[in-house]
Design a protein around this ligand. Structure first.
Ligand code: PLP
Length: 409
């Protein structure tokens, strides 16, 4: 997977532009995205799917990872669809040129208004239904609007994904999806189906998956359920969740899109695809497409020594980028300095919370006010999770375009 940042003679470059040159154009902190990296990651994922002997892949980018309108337009041009979880994301996806026929709608709390929006005009590709109560609501809205809703069950395969507990979603006790027995029951209840049509089955077992054992099991469960249902299906949707290597220690364990496709292909062939035909295999990747494409650029306000520890205080905070505070996530920190003497540093923000910290115990060169600090791999779940906590402004988003232009979006 590509990274847009390089270090040459003590200078950081993003794509081919000196970071200092970009930071001279607008105040820090801001998000910086590489269109080139994003599109390369998308193509790499698509090609891995195409090479794996799978039915025509439809890549529905998970908007919650990064809903930047400029980047979405570029993904739309490449043919991407969208995985959405709200009416706001539906509007953003369609405004960005993503076809409604390539949109899947997930989430346990779809409201009446959101369901109506999904049914308007050309209905969306699929409502990925997460409860019988939701199916009932979709059926009644579709009836009122004289439509037929396309739905897929989001199947909860009861597997434990090995990832952070906040982003594991496929176990029996989680709020997501329907259990096998409830899906089979729903299919027998005729009254639920007057204005909806079952077109697929989906799973999504969690995010930042770096071990694919649970994925393999989920695929087998999905294939077996599809077989058991014994109805023609237009698609199977294998969800998102493939992880990336954030930390140097992830290098040995993380799985590439090719590894991932092999696991999917092997397990679905065995259980279902060997003797059933579907039109599309749907994917909902977020992180693996956009994480590497973004950096968070912040400046040193001052350094502080306390209790023998060096704190580097920067102008970005947990309101701008929350993954490190929320999940204890590791992100590489790069600085605009020549290699040389290094000191143990904590990189912290100005927010009044101890968790407001981008990195602890990192060996960094001694830093001065106004030095640039770059937090890497923040193109997924970065800006999309930003808030205005402490009455701060939302950070700006900047794209380095394919032709090397700097665009504030
Ligand atoms: C969050 C989410 C995704 C994307 O997950 P990534 O880990 O970013 O690939 C896909 N599908 C659903 C239903 C999700 O909730």
């Amino acid at each position: 997977m590509q990274t847009p940042i390089t270090h040459k003679k003590g200078q950081l470059y993003f794509d081919t532009i000196a970071l200092r040159k970009i930071a001279d154009k607008l105040p820090t902190p801001f998000y910086l995205y590489s269109e080139h990296t994003l599109i390369e990651n998308y193509k790499n994922f698509l090609h891995a799917a195409q090479d794996a002997n799978l039915p025509a892949p439809l890549i529905c980018f998970a908007l919650k990872a990064n809903p930047n309108p400029y980047l979405l337009k570029k993904l739309a041009k490449e043919g991407a669809g969208a995985d959405i979880v709200s009416g706001g994301e539906l509007a953003r996806a369609t405004e960005s040129g993503i076809s409604r026929q390539k949109i899947v709608f997930s989430g346990v709390g779809k409201t009446l208004e959101e369901i109506e929006k999904g049914l308007m005009g050309v209905g969306i590709y699929s409502f990925n239904v997460e409860s019988l109560e939701e199916l009932e609501m979709i059926n009644s809205v579709a009836k009122r609007l004289k439509k037929c809703a396309r739905v897929a069950f989001r199947f909860n395969p009861e597997v434990h994904a090995k990832t952070h507990k906040h982003i594991s979603t496929g176990f029996k006790s989680h709020k997501f999806g329907l259990l096998r027995k409830d899906i089979l029951k729903a299919l027998k209840t005729k009254s639920l189906w007057s204005h909806v049509k079952l077109v697929g089955l989906s799973v999504h077992i969690g995010s930042q998956l770096t071990c694919l054992k649970a994925t393999g099991k989920a695929m087998r469960e999905l294939g077996m359920l599809a077989r058991e249902i014994n109805m023609p299906l237009e698609f199977l949707d294998v969800g998102g969740g493939l992880g990336i290597d954030y930390a140097p220690s992830d290098k040995n364990t993380y799985q590439t899109p090719n590894d991932y496709m092999q696991v999917i292909s092997k397990n679905l062939q065995k259980t279902y695809l060997k003797d059933h035909t579907i039109k599309h295999l749907v994917f909902e990747p977020g992180r693996v497409i956009s994480a590497r494409a973004g950096c968070f650029i912040t400046s040193v306000i001052r350094t502080k020594k306390s209790g023998g520890q060096c704190f580097v205080i920067v102008d970005g905070g947990m309101n701008d980028f929350v993954r490190t505070s929320l999940y204890g996530a590791y992100h590489e920190i790069l600085v605009n300095k020549k290699p040389g003497r290094k000191i143990n540093s904590h990189v912290v923000g100005p927010i009044c919370e101890t968790a407001d910290c981008f990195a602890t115990d990192r060996m960094l060169p001694p830093l001065q006010p106004n030095d640039l600090v770059c937090v890497a791999d923040v193109g997924a779940y970065g800006f999309s999770m930003a808030s205005m906590y402490n009455m701060r402004k939302l950070p700006k988003e900047v794209v380095v375009t394919k032709s090397g232009k700097i665009t504030i979006t």
